[in-house]
Design a protein around this ligand. Sequence first.
Ligand SMILES: [Zn+2]
Length: 329
Amino acid sequence: MSQDIIDFADAKARLGDHIVRGTAAGGYIRAVAITARKTVQTARSNHNSSPLVTAALGRLMMGGQMMGVLGKNEGELVTLIVRGDGPIGGLTVTANNKGQVKGYAIHPNVWLPLNSKSKLDVGTGIGRGTLTVVHDQPGFEPYSSQVELASGEIGDDLTYYFAVSDQIPTSVGVGVLVDIDTSVRQAGGFIVQLMPGYGDELAAKLEDNLKGITSVTDMLEEGLSPNDMLLRVLDGLDYQELEAVPAEFRCGCNEGRAKRVVLALGRAELEDMIQKHEPAETTCAFCGKTYVFSPDQLQELLDQSEAAGRSVEAAPTLDDMSAMGMETD
Ligand SMILES: [Zn+2]
């Protein structure tokens, strides 16, 4: 009888970008996979990024989205910060456990020749550097760990991070296929982890399966869904799907946050702008949205702060807009 009941929320989650989470080998494997063409395309549009940077940022964003869903902790945010000596400079991504992500590149418009495999050369674009992962859960102190980049190709770097920082043998595949018109044609990935107590035979079988996988984008081009990808990666290992979650690019910036950034300029600076009839402007690093405050609005902001008894002092950093917070109003 239960098969007559359609789970609309579940069906809807599988229509577009989504993440599936599952388990295999009697719980000794946990797995997650994503398809996120629209999510990565939104990042591309927000930042007007080159194909190389779209691929780099897309890979890290999907890694963050999958880590967020793997974490399962209510309200937890995962922030991934890549800093490298290559021309892209670095990437910053924040994801929650609901499949929502935002991200930006320091230099979004880098073009490089294709690498020896005729692929976008993300490794050279990022260069040598570090990956920092920050876990931020309400009610707990944020904690972070940092590893050296393995190759700058993002998938390898995340694999290395899990091995060193979490000491969990993990395979991460992330791929973005950019079309000839620079739009995103395919984007997806998977993370498969061996849980403590796994046997050698299981590890060998999984390794064998992974050898048969050419790339995530090949699987997506074949028309595989995230669940299909996990069925292939975990072939013969009794894979069970646990849930499907919609995935999207979502920035939590809003006018309130923009006001705090503007106020951080300090009273003296703001009064100077009001005097000169200059508006104040701030642009969100994650989504590119610009907030403009007219001199009248600036005066109002100062008056309100005064009425509330808050001092308006210049803050050392104006980075509030790119702070980790991701309000989901
Ligand atoms: Zn924003």
